[in-house]
Design a protein around this ligand. Structure first.
Ligand SMILES: C[S@@+](CC[C@H](N)C(=O)[O-])C[C@H]1O[C@@H](n2cnc3c(N)ncnc32)[C@H](O)[C@@H]1O
Length: 351
């Protein structure tokens, strides 16, 4: 970069001088423009419509019900953001958006974005209040329990569970690939949502039988999802409260995006209950957007922890070293942190 008499900037490029530039600050400060454009595109079904075939702007705008004033800029912004392509005045999906954002494909991960649009976007508008008070800013703000208030509305329940499948899809595939399930015949997924992880494990490992454990309201969505993959013979549901009811026994117990929902006492309690459900030699797998031990690199993990500030009473994300320490306190041995994909890692411990 050319220097115009500015001060050297520290860090890796101390030998180089560069003129301070506000661009990165403004880009981050206004990043919600692009984010909300994508969320509205998912809400409007842009990618589902284009999965049927390329369309010109007028036809696509008519199908989506866009106002003439917005259509051109909205669709071209999606092209500029890398979410659509435009060839000879016809819009098409990118390969990724066609695979992951067409509601009719089993690979759809837009549930997470639908929930982000409907819930997280307005609730994150109250981040400053959460930072000052330490109080959740979602449905629970009026005093209710997050899951109880969310699950009181069947539509929001399904939306949340579908969002979990989307959020965990990459990590679930990586666990199926990286953990030696060929050596184990049973797995219990504690807080299984609609069964996204168990389905991926069962598809990849024909030897495996699974139990999804979750609150009673989750049973019907779980069974619908599992049946859609013809896996209902191998994957059953066990309704219960993981703080009160006994956990069914299995050789492997998984806890995906569970520990970060809770305070430290509950985190330890859940790990202890997993320990009790395992035979000697059994394995616990905890996965989350595990924060790096230096707490400076995994941006998504750190922001996820702020999301827990907004969504829960005491939840927080944690480092691999934190989780290993809690596991050792309970009696797990040979603990190991294994990177999965993107911001996600698993922490594995043996009983
Ligand atoms: C953040 S979601 C994680 C879902 C899934 N494991 C994943 O990684 O995508 C938390 C799950 O825990 C379940 N859950 C919350 N409280 C529970 C309780 N007391 N007993 C059993 N399940 C509970 C919720 O219904 C939800 O499915």
């Amino acid at each position: 970069m050319v220097s115009h008499g500015s001060q050297p900037v520290g860090g890796a490029d101390t030998a180089v001088t560069r003129t301070p530039n506000p661009e990165a600050i403004l880009r981050l400060g206004l990043a919600f423009w692009g984010s909300k454009t994508l969320l509205s595109a998912v809400e409007l079904g842009v990618f589902t419509e284009l999965a049927k075939g390329p369309l010109d702007g007028a036809e696509l705008a008519a199908r989506l019900g866009l106002h003439a004033r917005s259509a051109h800029d909205f669709l071209d912004a999606l092209v500029a953001l890398g979410m659509l392509r435009c060839d000879e005045s016809r819009y098409t999906n990118t390969v990724e958006c066609d695979l992951f954002l067409d509601r009719h494909k089993p690979s759809y991960i837009g549930g997470m974005l639908e929930m982000a649009n409907a819930r997280l976007y307005p609730y994150w508008g109250r981040l400053t209040a959460a930072l000052r008070t330490g109080e959740p800013q979602n449905e629970a703000r009026t005093g209710g329990d997050f899951f109880t208030s969310l699950y009181a509305d069947p539509e929001r329940l399904r939306q949340f569970l579908r969002a979990m499948t989307g959020l965990s899809a990459g990590a679930s595939a990586a666990i199926a690939d990286k953990f030696p399930f060929a050596r184990y015949d049973s797995v219990l997924d504690v807080g299984c949502a609609e069964g996204g992880l168990l389905v991926q494990l069962a598809l990849a490992h024909p030897n495996l039988h699974g139990i999804g454990f979750d609150l009673p309201a989750v049973q019907a969505p779980y069974e619908d999802y599992v049946r859609s993959f013809d896996l209902d013979e191998r994957l059953r549901f066990h309704a219960g409260d993981f703080f009160r009811d006994p956990l069914p026994e299995a050789k492997v117990v998984t806890l995906g995006h569970i520990l970060h929902d809770w305070g430290l006492d509950e985190k330890r309690q859940l790990l202890r209950r997993a320990y009790e459900a395992l035979p000697s030699g059994g394995v616990v797998i905890v996965f989350d957007a595990i924060i790096d031990n230096g707490r400076c690199a995994n941006v998504f993990g750190l922001l996820m922890s702020l999301n827990m500030l907004i969504e829960t009473k005491q939840g927080f994300d944690y480092t691999g070293a934190d989780c290993q320490r809690w596991m050792h306190e309970i009696g797990f041995v040979n603990t190991e942190v294994v990177h999965l994909t993107g911001p996600d890692s698993m922490v594995v411990g043996i009983k």
